[in-house]
Structures are given as structure tokens and as C-alpha cells.
Write a protein that binds this ligand. Sequence first.
Ligand SMILES: Cc1ncc(COP(=O)(O)O)c(C=O)c1O
Length: 384
Amino acid sequence: MNKSYPEIISFIQSIYKTNEFIPLHAPSFNGNEKSYILETIDSTFVSSVGKFVDKFEEIIKEYTGAKFAIATVNGTAALHMSLILAGVRKDDFVITQALSFIATCNAISYLHADPVFVDIDKDTLGMSPESLEEFLKENTYQENGVCFHKISKRRISACVPMHTFGHPVKIEQIAKICLQYNIILVEDAAESIGSFLNGVHTGNFGKLAAFSFNGNKTITCGGGGVIITNDEKLGKLGKHLTTQAKVPHKWDFVHDHIGYNYRLPNLNAAMACAQLEQIETFIADKREIASLYKDFFEGSQYKFVEEPIGTRSNYWLNAILTKNVEVRNETLEILNSSNVMARPCWSLMHRLEMFKNCYRDSLTNSIWVEERLINIPSSYRIKS
Ligand SMILES: Cc1ncc(COP(=O)(O)O)c(C=O)c1O
């Protein structure tokens, strides 16, 4: 049965038990956040050294199953550093998806490399392995184990798929293709803490992965990020480069690389640790909300976006697909003017001035999704 706008609005209000403004995603602080933060203040260790930074990395390793975790100031820095570690350099191409948050392309651009956009799948909203393979088959050649773009002769050094709204992309197929073409796989896992594919946490399929703990994410520490990898050399180098590349010494200042001040402060790490202690409670709540939405929209004119088969998604942001762009815009207009926050997905990257001349395929599914998708309130019901 089709759903009227008043029905949709009152359903969302019933989930959150309020007629007041309902945000898209608000954090929830119900654990040890305050006490851990106070502990950093009392100890005076509020900056890049402190027990919570180390503890945060240990929790991330244990939770994701990765061998190495490097805490960073935000997800963008984690992505930038992951691409440095992957060996991306000036004039390289990095294959990614046009449907992503700007930070993915920004990180590529910081290295004076350019993104190449391939299409997504409608079921995962992430990079399509078929589109990736087709692009590589038609447009590249390999020489001495390096992949080059036929027309420009530029090196294709990395591929960055993204786990959109927390739903795991078809990363196993993508990993196989990258291996075949000698391209390093870096997962933009910014949105997918708590998401698993066949029991393996996202971020463990590529050489490196970047997560975000921004204020709007499943787990937040104000601002923060983490890189995970199972490669010991990259894990150690990543830690070194994110901490100004300082050679350990009792009192002397020696730096052996151009380093970065990318280390997460202890103050933020304290909050991250407290949040991570609650992750399964958070995700249980999110998955319950997703299931309520799924039942509500079943058989209606809206299609609720479900987790891909074989995955356990964190359902970071719930999404529905409308019939066309006119319905999308009308729905956005009515929800937002009724105190229910709703948003379209990001403008596709190739539409932005900076990336309009980048190589891309037809992006048919990306455009189809862009015209139809709406993110709907996904905050926790657990109140702070
Ligand atoms: C897909 C994606 N990549 C990267 C980022 C960057 O993370 P941050 O905001 O922590 O820098 C975000 C989130 O903001 C994101 O959604």
C-alpha cells in the first residue's frame, strides 16, 4: 500500500517518540564518555600521547580483527595516509566511485593524483565489480607488473571503493580484480564501523582501510579516524608518518621523513573508547530501526535500501528510493518542512568543477540512484 506524507511523518515521529525536530543522525553518549574525558584532563595528557590513544587502537584491532590500527585526527587524514602508504603519487590515477562523500576524492587530490569514476551497483550502492573489470579490460594495459591507462599512459596505482551508508560493497570480487590488474586496494570504510561481510569486518579485504569517527558517524569522538591494515611494514610506517616521522630518542629531535601531525589526541580517543564499549548496543538499535522502516515501506511506492546478502550492515544511514527525481524532491521538501530531516545523497563527484574532466564510465546506476535516493532519520533511540 502506498504511504501518504502524513503517514510517513507520523511513523518517523513514532520511532523517535517526538513531534519536535528529528535530525538525520545524532550521537548518543550513555557510557563512560564523560569520565574518560575527565581522566585525560586530570592526567594532563590531552594531546597526542596518552593511554586512550593506545587503548583505542587495541580495541579497533580486536573488534575488526586487523593486525594494525593507526589512530588519526579524522577519516580524511586516514584516507590521505592510506593512499600515501599505498604508494599513490603525482599524476597517478585512482579508481573510485562517483557516488561518495567529497573526502574520498580530496584525499586522492592531495597527492596530485586524479580520480577515475566507475559505476556502482544498485543493491550495494557501492562500486560495481563488473564496471571496474570492464573499465580495466577496455582501458588499461600492464607493463612489468604495473597497470597503465591506455590513452594517457598514466599509472593506475590504487582503487578506492566505499562501503556506502555502512553497507558492505562487493569487496571480495573487487579485491580479486585489483590483484589481477596489480592495483592496490584501499577501502574507504569511513561509514562502515561494525559492518561485516561473511563474518569479516570491512577494511580487511584491501591493503589498507580508513574509518571515520566524525560527529555524524555510528561511533564518534568529535573528530577522529583510524587506518587498519594487516601488513606489518605499512602498519609500522603508517604510525611513524602520522606522528611527524620522529625517530624514537630519549631527548633528541630527529625526523627521517616528511611526516604528518595526524595522530588522534588522547582527549578524542577517550571518547572513542567509551563509544566503542557500546558499539554492539548501538548497532542493535540501528538494525531494529532499519527493520521498522523496512516493514513500514514494504509494498509501498518507496523501496527501503536493505543490507546486501551475506553482510551484517551497521545501517549507519537508512535510505529509501523514490520513483523518480520529482518524487524525491517533493518528499525531501515535505519531510524537511515537517521537522523531519531528510537528505538526498551527495552530488556525484564528476558533476563538481574539480572533477568534471576526470575519466569515467557511463555511471548509469550512480545517476539512477542520485535521482531517487533519500536518507531518512537514523539516530539512536537511546537518549543521552
Ligand atoms: C565516504 C567517506 N569518506 C571519508 C569521510 C571523511 O571522514 P572525516 O569526516 O572523519 O574526515 C567520510 C565522512 O565524513 C565519508 O563519509
